[in-house]
Design a protein around this ligand. Structure first.
Ligand SMILES: Cc1cc2nc3c(=O)[nH]c(=O)nc-3n(C[C@H](O)[C@H](O)[C@H](O)COP(=O)(O)OP(=O)(O)OC[C@H]3O[C@@H](n4cnc5c(N)ncnc54)[C@H](O)[C@@H]3O)c2cc1C
Ligand SMILES: NC(=O)c1ccc[n+]([C@@H]2O[C@H](COP(=O)([O-])OP(=O)(O)OC[C@H]3O[C@@H](n4cnc5c(N)ncnc54)[C@H](OP(=O)(O)O)[C@@H]3O)[C@@H](O)[C@H]2O)c1
Length: 455
């Protein structure tokens, strides 16, 4: 099955996986695992961090709340507790994910970072190599590979002239926790997406003096319109109206509620917010208070950066600002191209090439969950599709009921999966798929066993 020349197959510990390997134990990976479990499909989740939902647990600031109402953020088959508020806090969301994992008895393999994954044409299996925190290496072999490493796997750190000579503290928004330690300090926040806006708001609330860089344009929408979430309203309108018209309606309503934001230095893109999200994946900002701080002058909006000097930043309009610290709220990217050796389904930017809703399934048992640029709702929809697709392809019952002995009468029976070193054979299937598994009593050993019978 495996070519002899492939030496490293024998160099590392090798594990055969009955069912799919899921890479990533964030909301997407947990959702797929839960949906698979419901269908009796076993799986293994590999997670580089030491906990589930590491983005939420380790890389987000304290004041973070879900910015969409909870019904759009819950994972399949397990609603949020009723007492949760409309917009759960980060802590509540993490607690929800913990109980989700407990409810479905999901136990990821933590501290295992996937280094590479490749489809082996010779044996028609995926070979997934990991390195753990202590340096040990394992190779997982499976028929299905589910990529759940997220759209925000790695921080984006732009190269800006002179940043190395700046001298003050420079860090990414994923390391920002709270503005407490910046009281009285001048902080430059680079970027005006949801992170940039909220970090600026938080800095204001802690009596710091933030300046926020808006180098191009941004759509800022109110989080709610007439007491209804803007997202929900947009979904309702989109069911009846074309996208361009929904965009127009949203922008008119926004103008009434927020006024003309261009007068504060926040240029609006020429394309509407939903069209922009669908075509370029750029998320509109849902305002939860930053705009008020901008209006009152507590957050200063500044244009793009020309370069940094020691303790100062020079902007493209020639203005120079003294700055103590810099927060790079410059976004995130996928890390799929660094480890997945495949170029048909995924493009170079780490997203599936196909557009939503056709971007969840590739060839040879490859799947992607959570790459729809539609947040948690998109991840849940993907998870259900993927689990249904994997579940229907096999009779998973026998994976759940390991057999100790088998009898078969047809010559074309094939034993499954016996080649992987260290693998304990636990199932078989005839080529025609006809077999039964039943309990039998082994008089010689004095124990009950599962027996498989072929016709
Ligand atoms: C600050 C912030 C706030 C957000 N707020 C919202 C919101 O309110 N609503 C919403 O819908 N979306 C929100 N999002 C989008 C967010 O990406 C999703 O909510 C959600 O976290 C996506 O889940 P995921 O499982 O796809 O990815 P992630 O949560 O990023 O999980 C991916 C997991 O894969 C692991 N991983 C990555 N690479 C490897 C590897 N090579 N080997 C092993 N493991 C690996 C990571 O450690 C991580 O645990 C927010 C994003 C950010 C950054
Ligand atoms: N629940 C919540 O409330 C919440 C909070 C935070 C984030 N999120 C989500 O998390 C995801 C990431 O959001 P994000 O705000 O971190 O990233 P983002 O939306 O990608 O925004 C990045 C920002 O950085 C700017 N930028 C990048 N490089 C720059 C440079 N060299 N100079 C100046 N500006 C630069 C971008 O400007 P350009 O547009 O000009 O490139 C953009 O304004 C989004 O999906 C978002 O909705 C949600």
């Amino acid at each position: 099955m495996f070519s002899i020349s492939d030496n490293d197959f024998f160099a590392r510990r090798c594990v055969w996986v009955n069912g799919p390997v899921i890479v990533g134990a964030g909301p997407s990976g947990l959702a797929v695992s839960a949906c698979l479990k419901e269908q009796g499909v076993p799986c293994v989740i590999l997670e580089r961090a030491d906990c589930i939902a590491s983005l939420w647990q380790k890389k987000t600031y304290d004041r973070l709340k879900l910015h969409l109402p909870k019904q759009f953020c819950q994972l399949p088959k397990f609603p949020f507790p009723e007492h949760y508020p409309e917009y759960p806090t980060k802590k509540q969301f993490i607690e929800y994910l913990e109980s989700y994992a407990n409810h479905f008895d999901i136990k990821p393999q933590f501290n295992e970072c996937v280094q590479s994954a490749k489809y082996d044409e010779a044996c028609r299996l995926w070979r997934v190599k990991t390195v753990s925190a202590n340096g040990s290496e394992v190779e997982y072999i499976c028929q299905w590979l589910v990529v759940a490493t997220g759209e925000n796997a790695e921080r984006v750190v732009p190269e800006i002239d002179g940043l190395k000579e700046f001298g003050g503290e420079v860090f990414h928004a994923c390391e920002y926790k709270s503005g407490e330690k910046f009281k009285g300090k001048k902080v430059l926040v680079v970027g005006c997406g949801n992170s940039g806006m909220e970090v600026s708001l938080d800095l204001c609330n802690h009596d710091a003096q933030p300046s926020m860089v808006c180098r191009s344009s941004v759509h800022v929408l109110p989080r709610e319109i007439f007491g209804k979430s803007t997202f929900e309203l947009a979904m309702l309108l989109m069911a009846w109206l074309p996208l361009w018209l929904v965009d127009k309606i949203l922008l008119i309503l926004t103008w009434f509620i927020l006024g003309n934001i261009e007068s504060y230095g926040l240029k609006r893109p020429s394309v509407g917010p939903l069209t922009l999200k669908n075509t370029q994946g750029k998320t509109p900002v849902l305002d939860i208070g930053a705009l008020e701080k901008i209006r009152s002058g507590k957050v200063k909006v500044v244009p793009g950066i020309k370069k940094f000097n020691c303790g100062t930043v020079e902007l493209v309009n020639g203005e120079k600002l003294e700055v103590d610290s810099v927060v790079l709220a410059t976004g995130y990217c996928s890390n799929v191209p660094y480890w997945l050796q495949e170029s048909e389904f995924f493009s170079k930017n780490g997203y599936p090439k196909a557009q939503f809703p056709n971007n969840w399934k590739g060839k040879s048992g490859l799947y992607a969950v959570g790459f729809t640029k539609r947040g948690l709702a998109g991840a849940s929809a993907d998870a259900i599709r993927i689990a249904t697709d994997i579940g229907k392809g096999e009779d998973w019952w026998h994976y759940q009921h390991p057999v100790d002995y088998c009898w078969y009468r047809k010559k074309n029976c094939r034993m499954r999966d016996m080649f992987a070193p260290g693998y304990v054979w636990n199932g078989w299937q005839s080529a025609s798929g006809t077999y039964t598994i039943s309990k039998g009593y082994n008089w010689r050993r004095g124990v009950s066993e599962n027996w498989a019978w072929g016709r």
